[in-house]
Design a protein around this ligand. Structure first.
Ligand code: FMN
Length: 314
């Protein structure tokens, strides 16, 4: 049996969000070979990440906090995520955003970044608003977080209760689509590399990393010469990090050319590579000694075409 983990982050167990989730679960459960586990996030005990970075130093050791997202990977909620073939988060809109509970849940998935265990895992979201709305904004934010975990975005509902009947039908379809993806995942998880993942989000998701990452890497100018990487080449102490910055900068220029030519897919793939060099450079310069005290975990942003990191290069 393939398993879909459905997590309700609303405090209202029978509210609108819960009703949407019920419909999504019915859609999923109607797919042969799939069963759904429903958990209420509010039944579990978990708080914010405390930035101890123990999970980075010992990736298989997971989170050391003594709560349901920790206990060295034995926390009940963490285990449920690790064991599922697909993840569905049903979340009310709070303050024009996803809820703090959903945010906490994602934040505490940090250990999965280092093992790569969620790469390619099918995931979907339901966002539900009843007042001013901003459900589309909330959906985009949840999508961004799923991208960060490198899960495979299957769909997201942006619902307002004013059009609830339509939303219920869409929730059922998302549940069914997620269940079909869970079946594939059960056969073998299609773990993906970053270029494929970036492309998937550009093609199929309501949020993708292209514009915001280019803004980030060019200090808001879309001009490669304004990149913090240019300044960093003079300022970084680590010689290997400076070499990586050269590669990142060349990749950024390629990405911007493709972006200006209107090829968002090729630009996204080039960006995945350029930004990996940037990550490797900053890790060597800042994170390895100062912040985290360890080398970059193998599964996290390997250098393009090499499957390894800067500190492993000849
Ligand atoms: C702290 C808080 C903030 C909220 N902010 C918004 C909002 O920004 N936009 C909106 O339409 N509804 C907002 N709401 C209403 C919720 O979205 C509403 O409870 C939800 O749409 C229905 O899901 P539920 O039945 O699971 O609560 C807010 C509710 C709370 C408790």
């Amino acid at each position: 049996m393939a398993s879909v983990l459905a997590v309700l982050t609303s405090g209202r167990r029978s509210g609108f969000t819960a009703q949407l989730l019920d419909r999504a679960i019915a859609g999923a459960a109607a797919v042969d070979g799939v069963h759904v586990d429903l958990l209420h996030a509010h039944d579990f005990n978990f708080g914010p990440c405390v930035s101890c970075f123990a999970c980075v130093r010992r990736p298989q050791g997971a989170c050391v906090l003594d709560d349901d997202m920790g206990r060295g990977g034995a926390g009940a909620l963490f285990r449920a995520i690790a064991g599922a073939n697909a993840l569905l988060i049903a979340d009310p809109v709070h303050n024009w955003s996803p809820t703090a509970t959903a945010r906490l849940l994602i934040e505490r998935c940090y250990p999965f970044l280092w093992t790569g265990a969620l790469k390619g895992m099918p995931a979907a979201t339901l966002s539900c608003a009843s007042n001013q709305g901003m459900q589309r904004l909330a959906r985009r934010e949840l999508c961004k977080w799923l991208f960060g975990l490198r899960t495979r975005y299957v769909g997201g509902l942006a619902a307002h209760v004013a059009t609830f009947e339509r939303a219920l039908a869409e929730a059922g379809e998302i549940g069914a689509a997620l269940a079909r993806a869970a079946l594939e995942d059960e056969r073998a998880r299609r773990a993906w590399d970053d270029p494929e993942c970036f492309e998937h989000y550009v093609r199929h998701a309501p949020w993708d990393p292209l514009e915001c990452y280019l803004e980030n890497l060019t200090d808001g100018t879309l001009d490669a010469q304004a990149s913090p990487m240019v300044t960093a080449r003079g300022a970084f102490a680590n010689a290997r990090a400076r070499e990586l910055l050269e590669e990142a900068q060349a990749g950024l220029e390629r990405t911007l050319d493709l972006y200006r030519a209107g090829d968002r897919v090729a630009a996204a793939r080039a960006l995945a590579e350029a930004s990996a060099y940037w990550t490797n450079a900053t890790w060597l310069e800042f994170l390895a000694d100062e912040v985290i005290g360890t080398r970059q975990p193998q599964a996290y942003r390997p250098l393009p075409g090499r499957g390894q990191h800067a500190d492993e290069s000849p």
